[in-house]
Structures are given as structure tokens and as C-alpha cells.
Design a binder for this molecule. Structure first.
Ligand code: GLN
Ligand code: ZN
Length: 755
């Protein structure tokens, strides 16, 4: 009889509490750390993470959630599905990293967002010639390592259905899910090996089943888990879902023979569980502690929910809603927090303790955790009563603004007004905002942080960078200039640091992909802009040139997408508040003389809900927030926006809805196809399809840029076409940028002459 656990998490952060893994992996890439030394760092991080979980009272510890780069890539490696082009690398680790980040001769796998989180996974490529083979060494190794430490290890695998649905089919039109039959024997063999190793529970993740799935996909998932659970020699299976409700897939999965189901009770609806009689025979892992946000749990309310679930399952374990990969390690290093704010939050280690407190409360009654319940209740009460959460003046202004018409004239009329005040050549050239973040910039920022230079010296150096970038753009002959964003460490954090209502953490790092980590700000209160944020920079840049300089702002949706957001009001309300702050900034920029203001929304598509039924409401409020942010300026002021992707999918209509005078978008990698998509929805505003890919150091030739422009002109009239790179230039080197933009201007002149 399998033992029943009571408290768990679905996964843990792995980059290291002080980003040790990032540093070790980057040293390995640089050749200053060898593979055994890298392995030792990794082993120590795993040991620390597992023992922390155990010491917090977690009685089933997820293993195989460690990764050198990404869990989908690990799964591809486990299933023998790395692309053929990495085969030439000498070791398994080299092949792995070649697939992750490429080499001089190998193109890496594509990267894309992991559901609606800010984590990015590598997209495995599966072609008709892929022959799946099992390499269980990583998972078996971690199990053995954990067992040696006396840890109750529960290995975690990505399930075959999610693996195939999230992979990319190469040279084939048919759905990859049709190949699930090839994977089943491998998973079956693996389950046997895990049973041999003494594993009691295995967690198989199928998050793809919380998105909209066809009946046939759900049926396939049902068959897969019927087959896997029919195997005799295997551990108990915990089938895990997260980021939403299983919906129609839940009854199908509950009818299979898996022993446990993990469900997300934060994004999903606990009420749905009562209607599933088959759950009565299952171990229910109730994901009630939010694994994606940083707020302290309302333990009393959670206990109530857990108690109502008691009748619907054979047994219940308390868990996080998803892996803790998506939150920082611990609050311990956040010394800059004021006491009340500190008491409202829970990062990874605090969440483990919430889980165990709830498990104890469920098992032994509320009295057993009276102190924890009281602590959480006091924190919640202090949060609810904090004056920073409700600014009457802001809320009243918003209500008034939203009740009135946005007041902008139709785009075609604006175009005429704008052309009159700011005459530009056909095919105006511009850039997306940032210029290379040079070593000098990084050195200055670090020196300021360490107190080696003062604010005045820092500003002096940044102004020097702005002057250089303006001089460069004049030399190159660009038409609409930018200040280059040297003063911004990050396009969201920069604004969050200046707005009331946000808190920037000291050490709240979260893995974004591979060794890249981000420190999302925390939105905790009503948003207010105490003073202008960017006006001095733009005005200074404008003072150096007779050409127009674009003001450069980040839009409300993107600011929210890359922050931890309040959970005490709808996201739409928070978006409107941020929009109001950005609107005030656009108005100030205009008053300071800016004729063009760009409001970037690269994350507009990222926040799109997973289920189609939830999408229209989202598009409605997100587009509304952008318009609120950008409709405060006069018709003569051109509003630009920038989007970082070219496959619009469901958001295509929303792009037109933004009503920006000019939209610059990624297009180079998809050969301008995006323009057809825009035409298909009647988009008739200005558009700047990126004419070269900034993700690569390659300098595009005049000929190829000219060809791209000619291609674009087949779909977009010259009066509406702008010329720009794909995205900001901050990750590129100075020399490449200069050469590439030189060619961009030359190609534009060539094509203008043909008009
Ligand atoms: N203005 C920003 C930049 O140029 C836009 C970045 C982005 O699209 N992610 O860096
Ligand atoms: Zn971009």
C-alpha cells in the first residue's frame, strides 16, 4: 500500500538563492569552470533545496525539477529528441547546451513562453526521422542522490501529452500527438525503473490540459493515463495540472487508474471538484498556496476550502498551485521592506511553511495551527487597512476619465495634422528605443549602487551616452531619433521604481530562461506618479538635435505582465491606474516639446488568457488601458507603439484597436508575413515591420533590407510604411549597430528613389 503524503510543492526554484547556478553555468560556458565543478555546484543546490523542503515539513519532495537550462529541454534529452544538428558536439552536456543556445555553427532551439508565465522554455523539434529512445540517467541520478540524503523523493516528469503538444513538428503537417504511441513504451520503461529504485510516487505534469483542448486530444490523454496506470510494476502516479482548470479533461482523467491528481485551486475553481465522483478514490493534491504570486496566504480561508473538499477525495495533501519556480527564494534578504509590506508577502520558503501549516491544520484541527492562522489574519488585516491601497483622488480621476470619450480624432485625420506639424520623408527611418548598453553604462550603474560615484556623476555619464547616441543617429541620417535609454536597467523596473504603489525587491530573482533572471517589481497599492519620470532625458536629447526625438515609455499591460500584481482587485483596475500614470507622462512629454511619443506593449500577447472564453474580456480591458494611456495628447502628437512578436493570432484585432498612429513590430524572422495578417483585419495605420533581426549579431546587407522594404510595399502603401529594426538594440554591440543602421538608411534611400 502506497503511503499517503500530506504536504508538498509541485516544484522548486533552481537557479540558487544567490543565483549560484547562473554564475556556475556561465563560467562553464566561458571555460573557467569544468564539468565536474559545475556538477558539484548543481548537486549542492539540489541538496540545499531538498533539505529546506524537508525541514519545512514537506513530506514528499519533488526531484528532477533541477535543470541546467530548462525542463522541456531535459525532457527532450530524456526522450532522445534533441535535434540532429547537435550530434557533433563531444559530450552530452555540450549537446544539451548547443540545443539551448546554439554554437558558431548550430542554431539553437526556439524559445517560447511557458503558458501565461514569464518563464520561457525551449521548443523541442520533432521530425518524422526522430526516433525516441529513453535516457533515464538524469531522473534516476537525482532520485538516488535524494534517497542517499534520506529524502522522500517524488520524481517529476513532463507528461507525454504536454511534451508533444508543446513541441514543434518539423517536415510534417500532422499533429505530434499522433506519435504518443511511440512515447508510451518509454514512459512505461521509466516507471518500471523508478519502481526498481524504490520510488513510491512519481509526478507527471500535464499543464497543457488546462488550455482549450479538442475532444480528441482529451480522449488521447485519457488513453495515455489508462495505459500508464495499467502497468503493474510502477510507482503511484500523481497526475499534475496547473495554471488553470482541467475543465472537460478532469472527468476523463479522474476515470483513469492514476492514484493522485494535483489541481490548481488558485487559478481554477475548487467547486468543479465536487461533481466528479471518481475523485473519491484518489489522492487529491490541492494547490491552494499560490505558486505564481507573492502574497501571503489567507490561511483561514484556505482551510475552509480544504475542509469542504475533504468529502470529495480519498485523501488530501496540501500543495502550491504550481512549481515555486515562478517566485523568488525567500524574503530573508529583503531588508529594505517596511514592516507592514514585509508581513503581507510570502516567497518560496515562506510558502513551504504555509503549505505545512495548512496540512497540519487539516489533519489536526485549527487549534494546532492557531498561531499561524492568527499571524496570517493580522497580516491580511494590516494590508486591507493600509492607506496606500486606496487613493481616493486617483480613483475619482480615473472614473471621470473613463466616463468620457477618449477624444482623439480618426487616424486618417490625425495623420494630416501630424504631417503638417512634423513633415517627414516617405518611409521614415527610426529605431525602437534602446542603444547598446555599453560596458561604460554597466560600470557606472554598478558604481552608483556601491556608492563609488554619486547621483550627479552618474547622471553626467548617462547624459554623455545620450549625446553619443544622438550624434550617431545624426551621422547615420535617421529621421526620428531616440535618446537610447542608457539610464534604464529594465523597461519595467525603471518605471516601477518611480511610481508610488510599486516596490522593487533587493534580491527577488526569478528565472526567465536559462541563466537569465529577472527581478519583477511588486505592485501592492494604488499607482500614483509623484513626478515626471522621463521628461528630462527626452528634453536633454531633444536639445542636442533639430530632428524629432521620440519620448519612450512602457505601456500599462507590459508593466503589469512583468511585475507581481495585486490580488485584491481585478487586473483591469490595476491596468487603468498604471495607464493613468503613463498618460500623465505623455502629456508632460508633449508639453516639453515631444512630437512623437512611443508607448511599448511587447507583452500584450503574453497576458492573453489560456482559454478562448476568457480572451475577449482581456483584450477589451488591455486595449482600453493602452488607449487611456495614450489619448491624453493632442492629435498633432504622434503616438507610436512597439510589439515584440509577429504571430498575432488572437490579438490581431486588438492591434488595430490600440489606434496608435504607428506600430513597429517584429517581422524580419517571418518575412513580413505579419503585414498580410494586418491587412486581413483592415489595419490602416502606420506600420514599421522590423527589417532586420536584432537577435543576431549579423549585419544585414543593403540589398536584403531593400528587398524586405519592396516586399512590404506590396502590402502597405508607402504613406503608411516606416523603416526600423525588429526591436531595441540594447543587447547588441556598438559596431554592429552602426553598420546595420547605416545599411538600413542606405536601403531606404534606394527604395525611396524607386517610388
Ligand atoms: N523601447 C524598448 C527598447 O528599445 C523596447 C524593448 C522591447 O520591445 N522589449 O529596448
Ligand atoms: Zn521589442
Amino acid at each position: 500500500m502506497t503511503s499517503i503524503f500530506t504536504a508538498t510543492v509541485l516544484g522548486s526554484p533552481r537557479i540558487g538563492p544567490r543565483r549560484e547556478l547562473k554564475k556556475a553555468v556561465e563560467s562553464f560556458w566561458a571555460g573557467t569552470l569544468d564539468a565536474p565543478a559545475l556538477g558539484a555546484v548543481a548537486r549542492e543546490l539540489r541538496r540545499q533545496s531538498w533539505t529546506d523542503l524537508r525541514d519545512a515539513g514537506i513530506d514528499s519532495v519533488p526531484v528532477n525539477v533541477f535543470s541546467y537550462y530548462d525542463q522541456m529541454l531535459d525532457t527532450a534529452a530524456m526522450l532522445g529528441a534533441l535535434p540532429d544538428r547537435v550530434a557533433g558536439e563531444s559530450t552530452a552536456l555540450d549537446r544539451y547546451f548547443a540545443a539551448a543556445r546554439g554554437t558558431a555553427t548550430v542554431t539553437p532551439l526556439e524559445m517560447t513562453k511557458w503558458f501565461d508565465t514569464n518563464y520561457h522554455y525551449l521548443v523541442p523539434e520533432i521530425s518524422p526521422s526522430t526516433r525516441f529512445t529513453l535516457d533515464p540517467s538524469k531522473v534516476l541520478g537525482e532520485v538516488e542522490e535524494a534517497q542517499a540524503l534520506g529524502i522522500a523523493a517524488r520524481p517529476v516528469l513532463i507528461g507525454p501529452v504536454t511534451f508533444l503538444l508543446l513541441s514543434k513538428a518539423i517536415d510534417s503537417e500532422s499533429s505530434l500527438l499522433s506519435r504518443v504511441g511511440e512515447l508510451l513504451p518509454l514512459y512505461a520503461e521509466l516507471l518500471g525503473r523508478l519502481a526498481d529504485a524504490g520510488v513510491e510516487w512519481v509526478q507527471i505534469d500535464e499543464p497543457a490540459l488546462v488550455a482549450d483542448r479538442t475532444e480528441s486530444e482529451i480522449a488521447t490523454a485519457g488513453e495515455v493515463y489508462r495505459a500508464l496506470s495499467a502497468i503493474e510494476h510502477r510507482p503511484a502516479i500523481l497526475l499534475a495540472s496547473y495554471f488553470g482548470d482541467l475543465g472537460a479533461a478532469l472527468p476523463t482523467l479522474a476515470k483513469t487508474g492514476v492514484e493522485g491528481l494535483a489541481v490548481d485551486l488558485v487559478a481554477g475553481d475548487p467547486g468543479a471538484l465536487a461533481a466528479i465522483p471518481e475523485l473519491a478514490g484518489k489522492h487529491l493534491v490541492a494547490g491552494i498556496v499560490d505558486g505564481r504570486n507573492v502574497w501571503r496566504n489567507d490561511l483561514t480561508e484556505s482551510l475552509t476550502t480544504l475542509e469542504t473538499l475533504r468529502g470529495s477525495a480519498r485523501s488530501i495533501a496540501v500543495s502550491t498551485s504550481c512549481s515555486l519556480l515562478h517566485v523568488p527564494y525567500s524574503l530573508a534578504s529583503e531588508t529594505g521592506l517596511d514592516d507592514s509590506l514585509g508581513s503581507w508577502l510570502a516567497f518560496g520558503s515562506e510558502k513551504m511553511r504555509e503549505v505545512t501549516a495548512l496540512a497540519t491544520g487539516l489533519l489536526s484541527g485549527r487549534d494546532a495551527v492557531a498561531a499561524e492562522l492568527a499571524g496570517a489574519a493580522a497580516a491580511l488585516a494590516s494590508r486591507a487597512a493600509d492607506p496606500r491601497l486606496h487613493d481616493r483622488a486617483i480613483r475619482e480621476r480615473l472614473a471621470t476619465l473613463k466616463a468620457s470619450d477618449d477624444g482623439r480624432r480618426p487616424a486618417a485625420e490625425r495623420r494630416e495634422v501630424q504631417a503638417a506639424v512634423l513633415p517627414l520623408p516617405l518611409l521614415p527611418t527610426t529605431t525602437i528605443g534602446s542603444y547598446p548598453q555599453t560596458t561604460a553604462i554597466r560600470v557606472a550603474r554598478a558604481a552608483l549602487r556601491k556608492g563609488e560615484i554619486d547621483e550627479a556623476e552618474y547622471l553626467r555619464r548617462m547624459r554623455g551616452e545620450v549625446a553619443d547616441v544622438i550624434a550617431l543617429q545624426e551621422r547615420l541620417g535617421l529621421d526620428v531619433l531616440v535618446h537610447g535609454e542608457p539610464e534604464r536597467n529594465d523597461m519595467v523596473q525603471y518605471f516601477a521604481e518611480q511610481l508610488d504603489g510599486f516596490f522593487a525587491t533587493a534580491d527577488g530573482w526569478v528565472q526567465s530562461y536559462g541563466t537569465r533572471c529577472v527581478r519583477p517589481p511588486i505592485l501592492f497599492g494604488d499607482v500614483r506618479r509623484p513626478r515626471p519620470m522621463t521628461v528630462e532625458w527626452t528634453s536633454y536629447a531633444q536639445s542636442l538635435t533639430a530632428k524629432p526625438v521620440k519620448g519612450m515609455l512602457t505601456g500599462p499591460v507590459t508593466i503589469l505582465a512583468w511585475s507581481f500584481v495585486r490580488d485584491d482587485q481585478p487586473l483591469s483596475e490595476s491596468a487603468d491606474q498604471v495607464a493613468l500614470a503613463i498618460r500623465e507622462e505623455t502629456v508632460d512629454l508633449e508639453a516639453a516639446g515631444a512630437q512623437v511619443v512611443q508607448v511599448d506593449e511587447p507583452a500584450l500577447r503574453e497576458l492573453l488568457p489560456l482559454r478562448a472564453a476568457d480572451q475577449p474580456a482581456y483584450l477589451d480591458w488591455s486595449v482600453g488601458a493602452f488607449r487611456l494611456a495614450t489619448s491624453g495628447v493632442a492629435d498633432a502628437t504622434a503616438v507610436h507603439t512597439h510589439l515584440c512578436y509577429s504571430e498575432f493570432g488572437e490579438v490581431i484585432g486588438a492591434i488595430a484597436g490600440l489606434d496608435a498612429d504607428v506600430t513597429s513590430i517584429e517581422a524580419a524572422r517571418s518575412h513580413m508575413e505579419v503585414l498580410d495578417d494586418l491587412n486581413a483585419v483592415g489595419f490602416d495605420l502606420g506600420v514599421g515591420p522590423g527589417v532586420y533581426d536584432i537577435h543576431s549579431p549579423r549585419v544585414p546587407s543593403v540589398g536584403e533590407i531593400a528587398d524586405s522594404l519592396r516586399a512590404a510595399l506590396k502590402t502597405v502603401p508607402a504613406e503608411r510604411l516606416w523603416v526600423n529594426p525588429d526591436c531595441g538594440l540594447k543587447t547588441r554591440g556598438r559596431a554592429e549597430v552602426e553598420a546595420s543602421l547605416h545599411n538600413l538608411v542606405a536601403a531606404t534611400e534606394l527604395v525611396r528613389a524607386e517610388l
